[in-house]
Design a protein. Structure first.
Length: 755
């Protein structure tokens, strides 16, 4: 009898009570039945009582079991209805026969409304084929199956990811052809999985290297970027300590501070040098973070780093470009000034002196122009090496540019020590630079001129100290080169005078105080005038006539030379056109171009504009450049002269023979006339060597189909020699001294019949 049957037979207890009462009344009056003795009857009654007790015990057990079953049933009902997992039963047509409350909530439909609905209704359209195949497989395989679907809530019209598992009810059970199904909302799990997948992809595909270690520092995971940067695969490092990457550049103290920071703050970041698998040392920017559990205990460490080696190299290159000369690797002007400032601050604090030395190589431009820039650069490099050996490690040797070097001698104890120390270094440098330089294919001998200024004696500003040392250096050059001079008050006086002269020259240009003088150019064959030399003159109101070389050096070192040169060119062309308008001989006017003019980007346009404004035929204009200027960069000079030549003007090389001009370069220049240096012309009549040079120049020029012009002819003997060797033209004091425009006009009128 099961619990349900027992529950149906509750009247049995009342029947038992009546039976017990009847037995109690009759046992005392037992009468033999059909010959059965009272004793036998008594035994039967005893047996009945024993069975009665057994029945009572069984009845009590049944009641206990029934109670337990009811408790279990109640628990089952509670678990079934209120379980977080949805349970339902489907028939073979996918109709819902039974569902719990969790299923009702998941599907967003009241439980009573779920009954008899087709489960397909809750599967989104895109997944219905998946569910159909799955449902059929449940009955075919007759085993428990799982499947993921996207279901739809009716009440909210929203979707969620669900995990379903179903099992078919076997034939012989109460409900064959049915299946029981479990539904779980796995949307959060799917989201977490997606986040984990995303995190895994980010971890693996990050451009930064990532390393994860346990609390003891053993490596657990590394990503692809880690392997690309370090050269170590994951298998190489998992289970090992990050110390495998140490470069040896950092002391133990560095790592102690790093881990102390991590312990106190939970993180550290900074630049660190590590070593790749191939032994190469590289720089990385590293960030280390400690990962803690809910109790605050460290469980892992995460290190994220990026290779900044190229960045460091770029920064170093930028630093070198900013602070170091690229040719000699010496400090440049910027770093020199910073070092000088620091030395002056220390000297002021400690009562010390500082010496500033300014060096300039003598005749470096000649070397550079004669042998080329490659030899010139090599000479500068060798010079820097020798100068470096003459100073202390605490001193600063710098290259300001070109052939200019500077030195800061710091920490000098007093004036006497400063003077002696600077003089001793200067002597070493002069001796070092007088030794020949063995360069490829050349042995070059050079020297240097040095100017020295002292802090705090001469000035307490960087600009003045450098300027005073520069002035002293120019004074050393003026006194014969290859020596050194300390800055003095006399030099300052001269500098003031020089500055005043520069200002006066500027005023002279603005006020029209400059003027041109002229000398005629004579054809030596027939003694006729073929040209006129234009000579610049400056009559200073206080100093009188200022030598051309003196004030033109001022002009060359400033921007005045361009303005003066253009004025001179236009004035000469205007005057020549005016003489032609007077019916005077139409001859060429010769104007000398400065080096700065020649290299100015719009020289050809300037000349063209002057010709246009003055209306002078360009055939009556000759432009002269010195041999030294032509030597500086023959290819560039040739291109410039070609543009000028295309205007129709004449081109003359002045002072030919004063420098070692390569003849191979001469034939490349688009020139018309070679003007022989006056130094050779002065002695050609009585010095055989100079006579040979002049005659050779004339013969060479004629071979190249060029005209020759002798400069500075003063005697009849010189003229006779030049005529004998068929020199074409000449000018000088033999014919006339430089004349003003009015004087030149009268001289031309006197020569009209001979022109």
């Amino acid at each position: 009898m099961n619990a349900k049957d027992f529950e149906k037979d509750r009247p049995f207890s009342a029947l038992r009570s009546r039976a017990e009462s009847h037995l109690a009344r009759t046992t005392d009056h037992i009468v033999p039945i059909n010959g059965v003795s009272p004793e036998t009857t008594q035994d039967l009654i005893h047996d009945l009582r024993v069975h009665q007790v057994e029945l009572e015990m069984q009845n009590d057990e049944l009641r206990r079991v029934q109670g337990e079953l009811e408790t279990v049933r109640d628990k089952y009902v509670d678990l079934y209805d209120f379980a977080p997992i949805g349970y339902l039963t489907l028939d073979g047509k996918k109709r819902i026969l039974e569902a719990n409350l969790a299923c009702s909530e998941l599907l967003g439909t009241e439980r009573k409304s779920l009954i008899h609905q087709v489960f397909h209704h809750f599967v989104i359209r895109e997944d219905r084929d998946i569910f159909r195949d799955y449902f059929n497989r449940v009955f075919t395989d007759n085993t428990r199956h799982g499947c993921e679907l996207r279901l739809q809530r009716d009440s909210e019209n929203t979707q969620f990811h669900a995990q379903i598992e179903a099992i078919a009810l076997q034939h012989g059970e109460e409900s064959p052809g049915q299946c029981r199904m479990m539904i779980m909302d796995i949307s959060r799990r799917r989201q977490e999985e997606m986040e984990l997948q995303l995190a895994a992809k980010v971890f693996e595909n990050s451009v930064e290297g990532v390393m994860i270690s346990d609390a003891k520092g053993q490596i657990l995971r590394v990503n692809r970027a880690f392997s690309l940067v370090t050269g170590y695969s994951e298998g190489d490092v998992v289970g090992r300590s990050p110390r495998v990457l140490r470069s040896g550049r950092h002391e133990k103290k560095f790592y102690s501070k790093m881990w102390l920071r991590i312990k106190e703050k939970g993180a550290w970041q900074g630049e660190i040098w590590n070593k790749r698998k191939n032994g190469e040392v590289y720089a990385e920017w590293l960030s280390i973070s400690a990962i803690r559990d809910e109790r605050g205990n460290v469980t892992h460490y995460v290190g994220i780093f990026s290779d900044v080696t190229e960045q460091k190299l770029s920064e170093e290159r930028i630093k070198n470009l900013s602070y170091y000369d690229q040719l000699t690797s010496l400090p440049n002007r910027r770093l020199f000034q910073e070092r000088l400032k620091q030395a002056m601050v220390r000297a002021h604090r400690d009562g010390q002196w500082v010496a500033v030395m300014f060096l300039d190589l003598d005749r470096f431009k000649t070397v550079n122009d004669t042998f080329g820039h490659a030899i010139g650069d090599l000479l500068l490099q060798k010079t820097a090496e020798r100068l470096q050996q003459c100073v202390r490690a605490s001193d600063t040797l710098a290259r300001l540019g070109g052939d200019e070097f500077t030195v800061v001698l710091a920490d000098l104890e007093g004036q006497q020590a400063a003077v002696k120390g600077a003089a001793a270094v200067a002597d070493k440098m002069l001796a070092a630079l007088t030794r020949p330089f063995d360069l490829p294919g050349q042995e070059i001998v050079t020297s240097t001129s040095i100017g020295i200024a002292l802090y705090p004696q001469d000035s307490d500003t960087i600009s003045d100290l450098l300027r005073y040392a520069d002035s002293a250096m120019y004074q050393a050059k003026a006194q014969g080169r290859g020596n050194y001079i300390f800055y003095s008050q006399d030099i300052q006086v001269r500098e003031v005078a020089r500055a005043r002269m520069e200002q006066d020259l500027r005023n002279a240009l603005e006020q029209g105080s400059l003027e041109l003088n002229y000398q005629p150019i004579i054809d030596l064959e027939d003694d006729t005038i073929v040209g006129i030399e234009a000579l610049l003159r400056w009559n200073h109101p206080d100093w009188g006539s200022v030598a051309l070389a003196e004030f033109m050096s001022l002009a060359e070192n400033s921007c005045l030379v361009l303005a003066i040169g253009e004025w001179m060119l236009e004035e000469a062309c205007r005057q020549n056109k005016a003489w032609q308008a007077m019916a005077l001989p139409a001859v060429r006017i010769a104007v000398t171009l400065s080096a700065r003019q020649l290299r100015h980007h719009d020289l050809a346009e300037t000349v063209q504009q002057v010709i246009y404004r003055t209306r002078l035929d360009p055939a009556y204009l000759a432009l002269e450049i010195t041999e030294r200027v032509a030597m500086r960069d023959p290819l560039v000079i040739s291109e410039i002269l070609s543009r000028l030549k295309s205007l129709g003007v004449w081109i003359t090389i002045d002072d030919f023979g004063s420098d070692c001009f390569p003849l191979a370069n001469l034939r490349r220049l688009p020139i018309d006339i070679i003007k022989i240096s006056g130094g050779f012309v002065h002695t050609c009549a009585n010095e055989p060597d100079d006579a040979a040079i002049v005659s050779t120049i004339i013969a060479m020029a004629h071979k190249l189909r060029l005209k020759t012009h002798a400069k500075g002819v003063e005697t009849m003997a010189q003229q006779a020699f030049l005529r004998e060797h068929r020199c074409d033209f000449a000018h000088g004091f033999l014919y006339t001294s430089p004349l003003t425009a009015c004087e030149m006009e009268r001289w031309l009128r006197s020569r009209v019949g001979r022109a």
